[in-house]
Design a protein around this ligand. Structure first.
Ligand code: Z5A
Length: 211
């Protein structure tokens, strides 16, 4: 049983997730919504340590299944210790990435079978599903160009462009399979236009909150 709304933001590198989250915080403040913002991998002390392990460069290659297990280990900590307690108190949770990222990056990007991800999802958060996922869709060249201007690539960001093309297509497949849960945002537009699209998608949820 939970009262808070669980909203996730997805997209490839440089899609503008962090920028959109700042806009959403302003919007939620305006509507007097109690919320937390958090991220994956991460969101707890242990999960953030796993995030560092995942993103750092190592002398040893991380096997794709090892990567997948680390992501779900971090997710379990996050779900149990942060997301579920907040939702049960009626607090909205705004999360930068969740399991759709795993289908996109480890499934479509790395080529791991969807059935393995389904099984781990069942084990880690069978009762928890986002109320809304905002997919910031941008072409790979634009996303990587934006992200590249900011900092040196981490272990996952250093993948070739065709990896991110598969990730983008993976996200679009997730959205197509669950159209009621996804809002696809054209993230090639300006930050202001992106926020207008996001507000339009969120409006029914905001109206219910205010009713
Ligand atoms: N990962 C995974 O593999 N499997 C999983 O299950 C999960 C994650 C959960 C960490 O993610 C990595 O974990 C990620 C996937 C993997 N790795 N990769 N690669 P992250 O979300 O923490 O890191 P990120 O994807 O690298 O986020 P990002 O690069 O920070 O992107 P962003 O938040 O979407 O973009 P931004 O910081 O808002 O914007 C980037 C720049 O573009 C910045 O200068 C902005 O000012 C600019 N910007 C933003 N929006 C616009 C618009 N609309 N127009 C023009 N410029 C813009």
């Amino acid at each position: 049983m939970r009262d808070g709304k669980f909203i996730t933001i997805e997209g490839i590198e440089g899609a503008g997730k962090s920028t959109a989250i700042q806009g959403l915080q302003t919007l939620f403040d305006h509507h007097d919504i109690n919320y937390i913002t958090t991220r994956e991998p991460g969101g707890t002390q242990v999960a953030e340590a796993i995030r560092n392990l995942l993103l750092q460069h190592h002398h040893e290659c991380i096997d794709p299944i090892t990567e997948l297990l680390l992501i779900f280990a971090a997710r379990r900590q996050h779900v149990q210790n942060v997301i579920m307690p907040a939702l049960q108190q009626g607090t909205w949770v705004l999360c930068d990435r969740f399991t759709d990222a795993t289908y996109a990056y480890q499934g479509s990007g790395r080529g791991l079978p969807r059935t393995i991800i389904d099984q781990l999802k069942q084990m880690v958060h069978c009762m928890l599903h986002p109320d809304l996922t905002l997919l910031l869709d941008v072409d790979v060249a634009t996303g990587l160009n934006r992200a590249g201007k900011r900092s040196a690539p981490d272990r996952i960001e250093q993948q070739a462009d065709h990896f991110f093309e598969r990730v983008r297509q993976g996200y679009l497949q997730c959205a197509a399979s669950e159209p009621d849960h996804f809002g696809i945002i054209n993230a090639t537009e300006s930050p202001q236009q992106v926020m207008i699209q996001i507000k339009t998608v969120l409006q029914p949820m905001l109206d219910l909150h205010c009713a």
